[in-house]
Design a protein around this ligand. Structure first.
Ligand SMILES: Cc1ncc(COP(=O)(O)O)c(C=O)c1O
Length: 426
């Protein structure tokens, strides 16, 4: 066992009335950081009188979509008002109908799956790997029936799912794969960026994401059919007339399928600026900083870094930092540890998104959404998700070398707590 810095390790816990270790102002992590040149870019777009609503595929939309499609090696990119609407468009584009079944990861941010509620399909949850929190490919096959049409996954916190296994499974069973990449911009599976493995992929570009427009999203696909249906759903009139070529849709180009999911052009200006100037540098710095944080936490002897399977070549945007703690070995509840760390002044929390089988929106008939039939779900049916969720804590996604003194203070607070726990009478 490591020794602890004597001046902090032995002192009374802040939870028990001692001095908190950290007095730095909260929050300790905000995103995005100040970006050189961004305000000027936005002002000059407005001052030049460029359109504040882009109705076709032109200007900054065209430039950004072309960049993203080229990076992900797909034919089509469609900017969206949000990741959620991108996911809804993806599911709609697959022509899913009531009675169809979609296999969904049971653990993610809810928007990976909630758009399906509005299509009335049956959602079949699949358990996740207890170490990564990603859908467990070995548990998918047993859930496939003759009604299964698609699988939806999320690359949790930036850790790619097992893309080769899922691709093979979809191929074998004729299923479509919706790849939610909202946590994993430019993460790499065996060297390839995620986002090009699924039949359709979606990235949120919301304000907390490494690559962001404040609000926004993008849908990517190689399929003309998916492109056409997604365009018609949320981008009618000029954009549909310009981009939807299949004569089958001729009569519906004007109205499309009646909704509107267009991005704000200033969001696109921002995303393009970050993509051209900061994004890949931020990814490198975040990777190095979180490696340092992980190493320091692991030295305490009670924390394990996030799991990383051999096929992961990069965690890319690495949306969340969720190290693992063996609470049973430590002999305290997670809630106690989090409260004690918070009392020491740390910006630490319980992870915000419980597994889906524990969320009323999927299970409680009191909160009806369209024709979706709520299911009674055995609360013990997803041991992988429960075990993953029970073992992680949520820490700031520190990104820059300037965060290192704060990281060192966080580690000292963990050491103080662990020292206290070891010393207490059993
Ligand atoms: C995994 C995942 N999917 C989808 C979304 C929804 O994206 P948006 O907030 O842009 O609608 C988020 C947002 O955080 C997310 O984390």
């Amino acid at each position: 066992m490591k020794s602890f810095p004597s001046e902090t390790a032995g002192s009374t816990l802040a939870l028990h009335g001692g001095e908190p270790l950290l007095t730095a102002t909260m929050p300790h992590f905000t995103w995005p950081p100040p970006v050189e040149g961004l305000a000027g870019k936005l002002a000059s777009y407005v001052d030049s009188g460029l359109p504040l609503s882009i109705v076709g595929r032109s200007g900054v939309f065209e430039e950004l979509e072309d960049r993203l499609a080229a990076l992900m090696k797909v034919r089509y990119a469609i900017l969206m008002s949000s990741g959620t609407m991108g996911l809804y468009s993806a599911f709609f584009a697959l022509d899913l109908c009531p009675g169809d079944e979609v296999i969904s990861t049971v653990y993610s941010f809810h928007a990976t799956t909630t758009p399906l509620l509005h299509l009335g399909v049956r959602i079949v949850f699949c358990d996740v790997e207890p170490d990564t929190g990603n859908i467990d490919p070995e548990k998918i096959e047993a859930l496939i029936t003759d009604r299964t049409k698609a699988i939806v996954t999320n690359h949790m916190w930036g850790h790619p799912v097992d893309c080769r296994a899922i691709r093979a499974l979809c191929h074998r069973h004729g299923l479509a794969w919706v790849e939610d990449c909202s946590h994993a911009h430019f993460a790499r599976y065996e060297g390839e960026f995620v986002g090009g493995f699924g039949d359709v992929s979606v990235f949120s570009l919301q304000g907390n994401k490494l690559l962001t427009g404040g609000e926004g999203g993008v849908l990517l696909t190689d399929s003309e059919e998916i492109h056409d249906r997604a365009t018609l759903l949320g981008h009618s009139l000029k954009r549909s007339e310009q981009c939807v070529k299949n004569p089958r849709w001729k009569e519906i180009l004007r109205t499309g399928f009646g909704l509107k999911f267009r991005m704000h052009p200033l969001a696109a200006v921002m995303v393009l600026h970050l993509l051209n100037n900061c994004c890949f540098d931020w990814i490198r710095q975040r990777g190095e900083t979180l490696d340092y944080f992980t190493r320091k936490l692991e030295e305490t002897g009670f924390v394990r870094g996030m799991a990383r399977r051999r096929y992961v070549t990069s965690m890319g945007a690495h949306y969340g930092f969720k190290p693992r703690i063996d609470f049973r070995r430590l002999g305290v509840a997670k809630e106690w540890l989090v409260a004690a760390l918070q009392a020491e002044g740390l910006d630490v929390d319980l992870p915000g998104s419980p597994p889906f089988h524990r969320l009323p929106i999927f299970t409680d008939p009191g909160f009806q959404v369209g024709d979706f039939v709520k299911q009674t779900i055995d609360p013990e049916a997803f041991p992988g998700a429960d075990s993953y969720y029970a073992g992680i804590v949520s820490l700031p996604t520190f990104t820059f070398p300037s965060d290192r003194p704060l990281i060192d203070a966080y580690v000292a607070a963990f050491q103080k707590l662990f020292h206290h726990l070891q010393e207490r009478p059993r």
